[in-house]
Design a protein around this ligand. Structure first.
Ligand SMILES: Nc1nc2c(c(=O)[nH]1)N[C@H]1C(S)=C(S)[C@@H](COP(=O)(O)OP(=O)(O)OC[C@H]3O[C@@H](n4cnc5c(=O)[nH]c(N)nc54)[C@H](O)[C@@H]3O)O[C@H]1N2
Ligand SMILES: Nc1nc2c(c(=O)[nH]1)N[C@H]1C(S)=C(S)[C@@H](COP(=O)(O)OP(=O)(O)OC[C@H]3O[C@@H](n4cnc5c(=O)[nH]c(N)nc54)[C@H](O)[C@@H]3O)O[C@H]1N2
Ligand code: SF4
Ligand SMILES: [Mo]
Length: 711
């Protein structure tokens, strides 16, 4: 037996771990690493059961190919690559390059070499059919950068804040409030609160994070635009803005237009519509705007709600009008140290509206953001005949059959493909529809560095860690590195892959470590230096925000016409009452994440099953009583789009009138056999109605539903 240090890659938080291995280097146990300077002995429930995933008897241990009768048989990886490359060449010859689509799933973000390989492959292949989870997650934040502009030096970090506002994010469960709270959230919050931090939480559920709030506001789901417009109006009316910052960085006339836009959102209107107390709203506005330093952060809540792009725009406006950004000379302690130096500068990156330059796509006119197509449109790109129709899909570490809105349509689309290739460690829903499934190495079997979001750090400190491959794969396994699939295909298709202008050797495959070297070339701290600290290291780089270059004239466009129009339509549409009564609905379904599991990953391991045999529909006890249903009984939840059975649980953190379920559980619709437990909320979600402009984000929370007991 021995122990080795590493870090967890089940979410972006990268908590330090100590692995216990047997003499054959198989994983026995995972425990937290007390010496890791970021996580300091913290590990969440998911991190602790990584050994159950690693050693699960249902794990896929070699490449398989689907047979005409629907069964799967092992196939040599190189032969599979030969066959796939041939199919691709035929498809491209007949239908063009856009017939081949790539989907970057969650696990590709968490595998740094997969994350660097996918763009190389896409570019060499020349396809425009490029999709990722980003556009079914918080792409409203990218739209906001494009329409409002962005502050190049970033926001205030938690340890340098007097006040912080969290809207629709729950770091105590999700560990994913980028740049703010990731690993070790409980001790961090306790420490910062003891120092004097004031916390404001706005969330339709009284979350684990809300338990730490000095001020908690619990609006109806889907009312973010209303609530935040109300806060902005109060701040403007009281003159609590940072006038110097606004004068310098907001576009001429912008503040007048902003006032016109938020005028209708009087305290009484907002309180009545969002179902909150006007006095509490005022207290939140005052505490935030007059409370000193500190920024607003948000998560998936507002991005999955109706008017996602507007919601995020308004949320960021709170930071703009209160000047909650790092200024020239302030310390920068969250440098992305495994990237080339990129000094933080005190300037506005002006709004570019890059999306406007992209011609409308085939499906619902959706275009592209940052070189990607909108994921909610992919099933229709597959199903809609015509030039550019997608005929082959590579799923790299995602699970579209469970994670996409409108599961019924998604599955129909995946089944209709000429070629579906998946890289997944288990025969999950998508794998069960694929023509070929490659069995990837799991986290502790591969060398890695922590996740970066594009070139930005995810962590509030200048921190990094390297882990070598540690655990030996199970006996007889023939696993692949995710990146190898794409390198192998590129080689066969005669393509040359390039990373930052440097061509890869296309004869002899690189090693994962060589790719990591390449990825970190020219980084602030050399990878070799990081390797000397097995538990990772936080660096004190003495960096400060740099003055803007003289030619920097960017200003925030606080209220462009389209955003103005979206806010007025919020007034026209009305709130919860109008939306529910229109379709005869009684409740709203809201999204949430749970401690036990990351999206659709491994809901069948014993550790998850023990605590969460199914994805309950959580409702307030008073609602259960009113419906006459006992805890643990089954109800039917029906939306405009579909219906699902669900097991109810009493939960006082939910408002009466709301039901909350986590996403991506359950198997394939209509499938025989006992696969994933639970049921998929995406059966209730349309990808065609309530679609946002620009990013085609669909409504994944605040969905009107009815609930009826099943006898
Ligand atoms: N209704 C609804 N739908 C949602 C959401 C929601 O809140 N509500 N959330 C959305 C969001 S934010 C996201 S990011 C997407 C996620 O969308 P996806 O990324 O498509 O889905 P995941 O469930 O995260 O799938 C991860 C897959 O990676 C596999 N995996 C695990 N470990 C490894 C590994 O080491 N290597 C490889 N190659 N694969 C591995 C898992 O088995 C699983 O199949 O879902 C979105 N869908
Ligand atoms: N344990 C665990 N951790 C995860 C994941 C997981 O599945 N499980 N998934 C990972 C992924 S892919 C992501 S993107 C991140 C997401 O990270 P977060 O966005 O922090 O995820 P959540 O914990 O779901 O927090 C979203 C909050 O939005 C609230 N909400 C729901 N509807 C609305 C609404 O209409 N308005 C507002 N304001 N709030 C609303 C919910 O009650 C919930 O508290 O988490 C990551 N980490
Ligand atoms: S918070 Fe994320 S990285 Fe940390 S142990 Fe949990 S799943 Fe792993
Ligand atoms: Mo996500």
């Amino acid at each position: 037996m021995k122990t080795v240090k590493s870090f967890c890659r089940m979410c972006g938080s990268a908590c330090g771990t100590v692995l216990t291995l047997d003499d054959a280097d198989r994983l026995i146990k995972v425990r937290p690493d007390d010496d890791n300077p970021m996580s300091r002995g913290y590990l969440c429930y998911k991190g602790l059961y990584a050994d159950e995933m690693q050693n699960h008897p249902g794990r896929l241990l070699q490449t398989v190919k689907r047979q005409p009768d629907g069964s799967y048989r092992p196939i040599d990886t190189e032969v599979a690559l030969d066959e796939i490359a041939e199919r691709m060449a035929d498809l491209m010859a007949d239908h063009g390059k856009d017939a081949i689509a790539l989907y970057t799933g969650g696990s590709s973000y968490l595998t740094s070499t997969a994350w660097m390989m996918l763009p190389m492959f896409r570019k060499a292949l020349g396809t425009n059919a490029n999709y990722s989870t980003a556009t079914i997650d918080q792409s409203a934040k990218f739209v906001t950068v494009e329409r409002l502009g962005a502050w190049a030096a970033g926001k205030h970090t938690i340890d340098r804040s007097d006040v912080m506002m969290l809207i629709g994010t729950n770091p105590l469960v999700a560990h994913s409030t980028a740049g703010c709270l990731t690993t070790d959230p409980v001790k961090t919050l306790k420490r910062e609160k003891a120092r004097g931090l004031k916390l404001i939480v706005i969330d339709p559920r009284r979350t684990e994070t809300a338990a730490f709030a000095d001020l908690f506001i619990q609006p109806w789901p889907g009312e973010d635009a209303t609530v935040v417009a109300g806060l902005i109006r109060m701040i403007l009316a009281e003159g609590w803005i940072d006038q110097t910052f606004v004068d310098r960085y907001v576009e001429e006339g912008g503040m007048t237009r902003l006032w016109q836009a938020v005028e209708p959102f009087t305290p009484d209107y907002v309180a009545g519509r969002a179902g909150v107390d006007a006095g509490e709203l005022r207290a939140a506005a005052e505490l935030f705007a007059t409370g000193g330093r500190g920024s607003v952060y948000s998560g998936t809540g507002p991005s999955m709600a109706p008017h996602a792009n507007l919601n995020e725009h308004l949320i960021e406006l709170l930071n703009v009008i209160c000047g909650r950004y790092r200024r020239e000379g302030e310390p920068v302690e969250d440098v992305a140290i495994l990237m080339p130096p990129r000094p933080a500068t005190a300037m506005v990156v002006p709004p570019m509206r890059g999306f406007a330059a992209v011609p409308p796509g085939r499906i619902r006119g959706a275009g592209q953001l940052f070189g990607e197509r909108m994921t909610s449109t992919l099933p229709d790109e597959i199903l809609t005949p015509g030039e550019g129709q997608v005929r082959a899909l590579f799923n790299a570490g995602g699970n579209p059959a469970s994670s996409f809105p409108d599961q019924e349509k998604t599955v129909k689309a995946l089944k209709s493909l000429d070629l579906l290739v998946s890289i997944q460690p288990f025969m999950d829903t998508t794998a069960r529809l694929a023509d070929y499934v490659f069995a990837p190495k799991l986290q502790y079997e591969r060398a890695d560095i922590p996740m970066y979001i594009y070139d930005m750090s995810f962590f509030p400190k200048s921190w990094a860690q390297y882990t070598p491959e540690i655990v030996k794969p199970p006996e007889g396994a023939q696993l692949v590195d995710d990146w190898y699939v794409f390198w192998g295909l590129a080689k066969r298709l005669g393509l040359t892959l390039e990373y930052r202008g440097e061509a890869l050797d296309m004869e002899a495959a690189p090693t994962t470590d060589q790719l990591l070297e390449l990825r970190c070339r020219g980084s602030v701290i050399p990878l070799d230096e990081i390797k000397r600290h097995p538990e990772g290291k936080v660096y004190d780089l003495n960096q400060t925000v740099q003055p803007a270059p003289p030619d920097a004239t960017g200003r925030f466009d606080v209220m462009p016409d389209d955003v103005f129009g979206e806010l007025q339509s919020v007034v026209r549409e009305g709130g919860r009452e109008q939306r529910l009564t229109k379709g005869g609905f009684t409740h709203q379904l809201q999204v949430r994440r749970v401690r036990e599991i990351n999206n659709s990953m491994a809901m069948w391991v014993p550790a998850v099953h023990r605590r969460m045999p199914t994805n309950w529909a959580a409702m307030h006890p008073a609602d259960l009583e009113a419906l006459g249903v006992a805890p643990e009984s089954t109800v039917t939840i029906r939306s405009e789009h579909g219906a699902i059975p669900a097991v109810v649980r009493p939960d006082e953190t939910i408002r009466p009138g709301v039901v909350s379920m986590t996403h991506s559980w359950g198997g394939l619709p209509g499938e025989e056999g006992d696969h994933e437990p639970g049921v998929n909320v995406n059966l209730l979600i349309s990808s065609e109605h309530y679609v946002e402009p620009i990013n085609a984000m669909v409504r994944m929370t605040a969905i009107p539903v009815n609930i009826t007991p099943v006898n």
